[in-house]
Design a protein around this ligand. Structure first.
Ligand code: NAD
Ligand code: UGA
Length: 481
């Protein structure tokens, strides 16, 4: 048996809350889904009639929103009203790394989650199932539950009794493939104690997810599985990036090594692409959270083990900027460098923890003049991430100016690949956008200042095409180029 769920509220209209609720509303037209957020601009963008203005760029999201919005999917800032109307409330707010206080730099900042729990405690009516969708430290459900329990009450003066159940339902979608991941997930994980509440949530997913893919666990296993999944995924990237560096010194090619090891079914072929290190809002944050928990529970060796996954990632990013400087005769001061790609991966406009940020910072520090082009990232976002306003593009025909040689790093936004590489000594490919796989290097090479380099940190170019254009090439993990 399950509680009938007719009305869902989701607190947090971000990269997870927006797409996840759009898919639930699309697949369950009988359920009213209200997504709420404190951020008025974000809600306005979710309501924009022009679907290209949605605040999250995900392939296929526009079509899903278009089908459900206005029918059984709403976006608003009316948090209390949406909670009061809901049978089930998803908490899908941000849980970034704490920047100060106890656990700064590692522990998750739970202030937004706690605020949600208190708001639910205050506004909920009748029985409400509260679902942790955000990624949380293991045992957070205990905190959420104690806040909610303090608000439980028996029926008084004809009003309904107020009660709660807490479930953990972490999200495993990856950005860029969010809709595909939500529509056909590898698994849905539900952790909880109340079998009726668990069944209610399982039935919602059951509208489109096969029952054998819906895994049920206790609360703590569910919370911990999310952190562990991200730690394992990130560990594979650090492992392959460590091997990539060794390949570059030994004539091996990391793609051949990845294919050779990935053919072992125990290892598997996915998530073995060497690159500029992992970015995104979660891998680093979630591993550091795991590290913090391990230290808290008196397991310093386990903490050190996972912390090294992050250390190797940081090293890989600095290694690439160092290598660019070395190849360009040891100095990039006053030199124009083209950065192709700024998002942390292809098919998203998200730049949180993007490798491009750290690499651009290093090169700006060296006094480089960066032309940056990304097909989906707003130049204002780049300025925010680099904490540096854009300059106007220099005259490509003229050589480096005295100002450029003064050592002050600057950047400007390119509008196409051709205009970004014009006059540059090197092009760095930092995001694997599809359009970068098909560039005509023979046409681009004459626009650059010779001798010029292509630094392909995503291994997306055809090495022969680059070499035949006369450009020099470095490809991540390729000791054979
Ligand atoms: P986000 O920052 O894009 O969105 C969070 C939203 O919550 C923001 O719009 C913010 O304004 C809103 N918010 C915060 N406190 C609020 C409150 N008290 N009331 C109403 N709104 C509030 O974050 P995200 O990327 O969607 O991530 C959310 C959670 O999901 C995090 O815990 C993250 O670790 C996890 N997660 C993210 C991804 C991903 O791909 N981004 C994937 C899986 C899990
Ligand atoms: C990741 C996980 O894949 C999701 O399952 C999880 O839900 C999510 O984190 C989360 O908790 O936020 P995401 O960060 O969106 O998803 O994207 P990924 O595809 O995992 O890529 C992360 C980073 O690793 C990117 O910078 C990507 O370029 C890099 N990467 C990925 C590699 O360098 N090599 C690979 O083989 C795979």
């Amino acid at each position: 048996t399950a509680f009938p769920i007719r009305n869902i509220c989701c607190i947090g209209a971000g990269y997870v809350g927006g797409p996840t609720m759009a898919v639930i509303a699309d697949r369950c037209p009988q359920i009213q889904v209200n997504v709420v957020d404190l951020n008025e601009a974000r809600i306005a963008a979710w309501n924009d009639l022009d679907l290209s203005k949605l605040p999250v760029y995900e392939p296929g999201l526009d079509a899903v929103v278009d089908r459900a919005r206005g029918r059984n999917l709403t976006f608003s800032t009316q948090v209390d009203a949406a909670i009061a109307a809901a049978d089930m409330v998803f908490i899908s707010v941000n849980t970034p790394t704490k920047t100060k206080g106890l656990g700064a730099g590692q522990a998750s900042d739970l202030r937004w989650v706690e605020a949600c729990a208190r708001q639910v405690a205050q506004s909920a009516q009748g029985h409400t199932i509260v679902v942790e969708k955000s990624t949380l430290p293991v045992r957070t459900a205990e905190v959420v539950r104690s806040i909610l329990e303090a608000a439980q009450r028996q029926a008084v003066d004809g009003e309904l009794p107020i009660s709660f159940s807490v479930l953990s339902n972490p999200e495993f979608l990856a950005e860029g493939t969010a809709i595909r991941d939500l529509e056909s997930p590898d698994r849905v994980l539900i952790g909880g104690e109340n079998p009726v509440a668990i069944q209610s949530l399982a039935e919602i997913y059951g509208h489109w997810v096969p029952v054998e893919k819906i895994l049920l666990t206790n609360l703590w296993s569910s919370e911990l599985s999310k952190l562990t999944a991200n730690a394992f995924l990130a560990q594979r990237i650090s492992s392959i990036n460590s091997v990539a560096a060794l390949c570059e010194h030994t004539g091996a090619d990391v793609r051949e090594v990845a294919r050779a090891i990935g053919s072992d079914s125990r290892i598997g072929s996915k998530f073995l692409e060497a690159g500029p290190g992992f970015g995104g809002s979660c891998f680093q944050k979630d591993i550091l959270n795991l590290v913090y928990l391990c230290r808290h529970f008196g397991l310093p060796d386990v903490a050190d083990y996972w912390e090294n996954v992050v250390a190797l990632n940081t090293w890989q990013q600095h290694r690439i900027s160092r290598l660019v400087v070395q190849k360009l005769f040891g100095t990039v001061t006053g030199k124009r460098l083209a950065l192709l790609g700024f998002a942390f991966k292809a098919d998203t406009n998200d730049t949180r923890e993007a490798p491009a940020i750290r690499i651009a910072h290093d090169l700006l520090e060296e006094g480089a003049q960066l032309a940056i082009y990304d097909p989906k990232v707003d130049p204002q976002q780049i300025a925010f991430d680099l904490q540096l306003a854009a300059s106007s593009p220099p005259d490509v025909q003229a050589g480096p100016t005295r100002a450029a040689l003064s050592g002050e790093g600057t950047w400007w936004s390119g509008t196409s690949v051709a205009d970004t590489v014009a006059g540059a000594d090197a092009a760095l490919i930092l995001t694997e956008w599809h359009e970068f796989r098909q560039l005509d290097w023979v046409a681009l090479a004459p626009l650059m200042r010779q001798p010029a380099w292509v630094f392909d940190a995503r291994a997306v170019v055809d090495p022969e095409a680059v070499k035949s254009s006369g450009l020099m090439l470095w490809r991540v993990g390729d000791g054979a180029v």
